[in-house]
Design a protein around this ligand. Structure first.
Ligand code: AMP
Ligand code: GLY
Length: 424
């Protein structure tokens, strides 16, 4: 089978790394890929939807696997289907579960899924009046995609009003802020739960916890994720099953009933509150860096299960997992999530990758003309380790981190602290 993976981050390196282990794979491309992905796939410098579809047609690609949400919201899956190409990922209408928070909340509320109360606003005065009525803490979100920055968890009323001004008044996020969703603040521990969906069925595809704040002890500004681990010990298998049954399956049924069936991976951001798990949001893709730890633990052939989802045949499919814990430490460029330097050289990658149980996945790298690997993004590497316990996985990951020679990079030193505290 010939497969094209779309994207070029750590998530896509993890997907390519796992797909490359499939005995059914004959050829793997990644668009655009990165310097690490180039060791397992042929990277092609494409990103526009028509170019990707034309490439898939010309090269008789059997399956297109879409990593990030943006091309899905733009209609990449629709364009593949129209061209007769199999695709793993939802159509644009189904990707609206992530592309429009208002739409997602309407679907979720109608399906009776436990979630935060909410209201949608296109009028700034009414939005502010609602905040004053409800008081803080309260959460303000842009309706549209804002590269992960469109959410303000406001601990004070003033902060919430400021967020509305930034989103709807100053248009800090462009048209994504034409509408906002204002919702209840939920307190608890957050987990990421994944399900493979084939339009009518959903099967459990693992759970993980990530660390969103940039600093040790979960302090400082939010990032795309500085590390993750799986399994997530806060969730028992019974809780995971309950999340599938009560939070995910009703959404898949609702989408099918609306004539916009959901195919691909559905990522439920879940808050485990004192009243049980509640849905924070849906994403229409694997998490990054959660995908890195899921792939490290997956025993099943990834190509088989992605294909089954794309073909509407998940009946009887049950992904198999190693009982090991996997943990990823993200190495980012100093300054991230603010401004940072690009083009700095990373050494010691082979030494790091030689630690038992470790794979160094690349998130933002390129190969310079000199042959050196250089950093090109904010999040640059995902040092991923497997171990019998979370402590062993963490020791291995930091052993590998310490073998890297990249003075312009940094990482958190406490990834997995909640899981380790629980284990102890
Ligand atoms: P999102 O971009 O929707 O993933 O939101 C970013 C982060 O904001 C989430 O991962 C949560 O940590 C936090 N968040 C979102 N919605 C809520 C909420 N209703 N209550 C508390 N925290 C939230
Ligand atoms: N790590 C969270 C996300 O991918 O949205």
């Amino acid at each position: 089978m010939k497969v094209l993976v779309v994207g070029g981050g750590g998530r896509e390196h993890a997907l390519c790394w796992k797909l490359a282990q499939s005995p059914k794979l004959t050829k793997l491309w990644c668009a655009p890929g990165n310097a690490g992905i180039a060791s397992v796939a042929e990277c092609v410098a494409l990103s526009a939807v028509p170019d990707l579809v034309a490439f898939a047609k010309t090269h008789a690609v059997d399956l297109v696997v879409v990593g990030p949400e943006a091309p899905l919201v733009e209609g990449l899956a629709d364009a593949c289907l129209a061209a007769g190409i199999r695709v793993f990922g939802p159509t644009a209408a189904a990707a609206a579960l992530e592309g429009s928070k208002g739409f997602m909340k309407d679907v979720v509320a109608k399906a009776g899924i436990p979630t935060a109360w909410y209201r949608r606003f296109t009028d700034i005065t009414q939005a502010k009046a609602f905040i004053r009525e409800k008081g803080a803490p309260i959460v303000v979100k842009t309706n549209g995609l804002a590269a992960g920055k469109g959410v303000t968890v406001a601990m004070t009323e003033a902060e919430a009003l400021e967020a509305v001004d930034a989103m709807m008044g100053a248009k800090l996020f462009g048209p994504a802020g034409d509408e906002v969703v204002i919702e209840e603040y939920l307190e608890g521990e957050e987990i990421s739960v994944f399900a493979l969906c084939d339009g009518t069925r959903a099967v459990f595809m693992g759970a993980a916890q990530d660390h969103k704040r940039v600093g040790d002890g979960d302090t400082g500004p939010n990032t795309g994720g500085m590390g993750a681990y799986s399994p997530a010990p806060v969730a028992t298998p019974a809780m995971e099953q309950g999340i599938l049954t009560h939070l995910i399956e009703p959404a898949v049924a609702a989408m099918a009933a609306m004539g916009t069936p959901y195919t691909g991976v559905l990522f439920a951001g879940v808050m485990v509150t004192k009243d049980g798990p509640k849905l924070l949001e849906f994403n229409v893709r694997f998490g990054d860096p959660e995908c890195q730890v899921l792939m490290a633990r997956l025993d099943s052939d990834l190509l088989d299960i992605l294909l089954a989802a794309a073909e509407g045949c998940l009946d009887g499919v049950s992904p198999q997992w190693s009982p090991d814990t996997a943990l990823v430490v993200v190495m980012a460029a100093r300054g991230y999530p603010g401004t940072y330097e690009k083009g700095t050289e990373i050494r010691g990658l082979d030494a790091a990758g030689a630690v038992p149980g470790v794979v160094v996945l690349h998130a933002g790298t390129a190969r310079a003309a000199s042959g050196a690997v250089v950093a090109t993004g904010g999040r640059v590497l995902g040092v991923t380790a497997r171990g019998k316990t979370v402590s062993q996985a963490r020791e291995r990951a930091y052993d590998a981190v310490d073998r890297l020679d990249w003075p312009q990079g940094f990482c958190r030193r406490d990834i997995g602290w909640r899981a380790i505290a629980r284990a102890e």
